[in-house]
Design a binder for this molecule. Structure first.
Ligand SMILES: *[C@@H]1O[C@H](CO)[C@@H](O)[C@H](O)[C@H]1NC(C)=O
Ligand SMILES: *[C@@H]1O[C@H](CO)[C@@H](O)[C@H](O)[C@H]1NC(C)=O
Ligand SMILES: *[C@@H]1O[C@H](CO)[C@@H](O)[C@H](O)[C@H]1NC(C)=O
Length: 585
């Protein structure tokens, strides 16, 4: 008797828990669509009283939940399915059709800055999405379209996931609190500021858990500044002071984000330019290195920043060793910079920055080296290691930007192989920054969302632990920026209407940030078909599998995902779509 009462209790509790788990009785608010123009996708409009939301559902055992966004206008649309099992037999397994690529060999030689690849200055007219041709195999496809057996080969993808082959632990995803982002956010009413923070960081938003913040100004500021411009040559930094940009813009935005985020937000900070008296050219930009006598002062400058932010209860999780050190070496950069040759960076890290941070009470702060494009990493690491081997011990990892992504991503795996105990973090990315991007902002561009997803997938598949986007938001022309270096952003702010719009890039980020929590581990995926599709798979701390896939083609693809030797799911990837699938095996 007692037992059956207990059983009923348990049954009721189980039903209630699964109801709670499935959607917490909450209906997601749909995207308030606005057309962005011919051939473009839509944008979603948010204001003081309305913004679309997304709640993550817990699939019951043996089932999965799919979230879909498409060029056609779906945004995190939910659907459900059950894992299928082969009745008796196992898959007739043809073996791996895509062996793990050999890591590319890299010359970690002399560490000199020469023979850098030329950027590909090809003309890409991406302001008209009609010209877009993501369909790599479309010609081939046309030729076989009337031959059904070949049609099947080109549209059927089979992937096999190996949940027990685990790679890097994920730290998270996020965006940057630049002056420009905070200025735009601040032009909104109090209530609209709140919907903005909720949609990026809140439990019904895309749950960003990483932020990058510039140490003083960068190009996305109204004018250049640092924290210790005067007195001149004061190596003691006696007058180091944060500015109103911190007090009224960056710190409030960070603190509001922290107050709604379900998880800790890990903050990475980077200097663009030190006080100009520390630099050989005594100017904010141009060809310059750090004056030798101020190596220690510049290390102390970073510690002072960490201390000041700590006073506001904002913990700095990581610092980078200076934003894009190549910018102070090459002739064409017009904004805040500091040049480092590899051997100089190695010496400064080994003799000054490393000991300063690690002997301070902020000894837990991670130091991420280089913070520049992919193709520069080997040459910097080699030069640093050659000049000061201890510099490698002082760095916790390497930060990488996306503007050199024409260079193959396998270089990241090669670095991971060589430095297995270091992390790789992607710290900056944006669309519209290249000289051939005539339109900096392209409202509703699906192509740009696709480029984000492709880049994140490549990075994750090459051991990157997290991915931080550039400006959280910008104005409709992609600013403000004191050298007019305007770019695109996932959110654009329209202050006159007290509203902001979320571009396809916002959802591209959300397909990762919302569904891949910190502590997830990437797992192995191999392809068992001729046709392929961009993908990544991770195992969440709770044991569920999360797969993110993208179809950039203009035709649907059938995808079979095998999660064991006899269990699988079938997914149809709509044309130009992104899907996140959470599977409870
Ligand atoms: C906010 O957007 C919603 C949905 O589009 C609309 O119904 C509402 O009137 C807007 N509120 C304001 C204050 O503009
Ligand atoms: C200290 O810095 C402030 C700006 O933050 C500046 O106005 C002031 O003149 C500086 N003091 C000295 C003694 O240089
Ligand atoms: C790191 O700093 C803390 C104080 O913040 C101190 O207690 C600890 O001993 C330090 N650890 C090392 C390895 O120096």
């Amino acid at each position: 008797m007692a037992i059956s009462v207990n059983m009923r209790w348990i049954a009721a509790t189980v039903v209630l828990c699964s109801l709670l788990a499935v959607g917490q009785f909450a209906e997601d608010k749909p995207c308030e669509r606005r057309r962005a123009g011919l051939f473009r996708s839509i944008v979603c409009v948010c204001n003081s009283t309305y913004c679309d939301t997304i709640t993550r559902e817990n699939p019951a055992r043996g089932t999965y939940v799919v979230y879909t966004s498409t060029h056609g206008g779906k945004r995190f649309e939910k659907s459900y399915g059950t894992i299928k099992t082969l009745p008796e037999q196992r898959f007739d397994d043809p073996g791996d059709l895509e062996p793990e690529p050999e890591p590319i060999q890299m010359d970690f030689g002399a560490g000199e800055l020469k023979n850098l690849p030329d950027p590909p200055f090809k003309q890409e007219n991406d302001d008209n999405e009609e010209d877009e041709d993501d369909d790599e195999d479309s010609e081939e496809f046309k030729r076989v379209a009337d031959r059904p057996e070949l049609y099947d080969i080109l549209t059927n993808v089979v992937l096999r996931i190996y949940p027990s082959t685990r790679y890097q632990v994920i730290e998270g995803f996020g965006g940057s609190v630049t002056d420009a982002a905070a200025i735009n956010w601040r032009t909104l009413s109090e209530a609209t500021q709140e919907t903005f923070i909720q949609t990026y960081f809140g439990p019904e938003g895309i749950e960003y858990n990483m932020i990058r913040v510039p140490i003083a100004g960068c190009d996305f500021s109204e004018y250049p500044y640092t924290y210790a411009e005067s007195p001149w040559n004061d190596a003691t930094l006696s007058n180091f002071s944060l500015t109103h940009h911190d007090f009224f813009l960056k710190l409030p935005m960070i603190k509001r984000a922290q107050s709604v985020a379900p998880d800790e937000i890990k903050i990475t900070a980077s200097t663009w330019s030190p006080p100009i008296w520390m630099k050989t050219n005594e100017a904010i930009t141009g060809f310059a290195q750090l004056k030798r006598e101020y190596y220690q002062a510049f290390a102390d400058y970073h510690l002072r920043f960490i201390e000041e932010y700590d006073r506001f209860d904002v913990k700095i999780w990581a610092i980078t060793t200076t934003n894009e050190p190549i910018n102070g070496i090459v002739p064409f950069v017009q904004f805040n910079s500091l040049g480092w040759f590899p051997h100089q960076l190695g010496r400064w890290l080994a003799d000054n920055l490393g000991p300063t941070i690690k002997n301070s009470r902020f000894n837990q702060t991670k130091i991420l080296a280089i913070d520049d494009q992919r193709y520069l990493l080997p040459v910097y690491l080699a030069g640093m290691e050659l000049a000061a081997p201890e510099s490698i011990d002082y760095m916790d990892g390497v930060a990488v930007h996306w503007y050199g992504n024409f260079f193959p991503p396998q270089i990241l795996s090669a670095i991971q192989n060589r430095y297995p105990d270091k992390i790789l973090l992607a710290t900056e990315a944006c669309e519209g920054s290249m000289p051939w991007n005539l339109d900096k902002v392209i409202l509703g561009s699906w192509r740009r969302a696709g480029t984000y997803v492709k880049s994140i997938l490549q990075d994750l598949n090459n051991h990157v632990v997290g991915w931080i986007d550039w400006n959280l938001c910008l104005d409709p022309i992609g600013g403000p920026n004191w050298v007019d270096n305007f770019v695109d952003s996932p959110i654009l702010v329209y202050k006159d209407r007290d509203e902001f719009i979320k571009q396809p890039m916002f959802y591209a980020m959300g397909h990762f940030s919302k569904f891949i929590p910190r502590g997830s581990r990437r797992v192995r995926v191999s392809r068992r078909s001729i046709a392929s599709i961009e993908n990544v798979a991770v195992r969440k701390p709770n044991g569920n599998l999360v797969v993110v896939m993208q179809n950039r083609r203009r035709r649907p693809m059938n995808v079979e995902i095998r999660i064991s030797s006899s269990r699988y799911i079938d997914i149809i990837m709509e044309p130009r779509s992104i899907k996140t699938i959470e599977i409870n095996p």
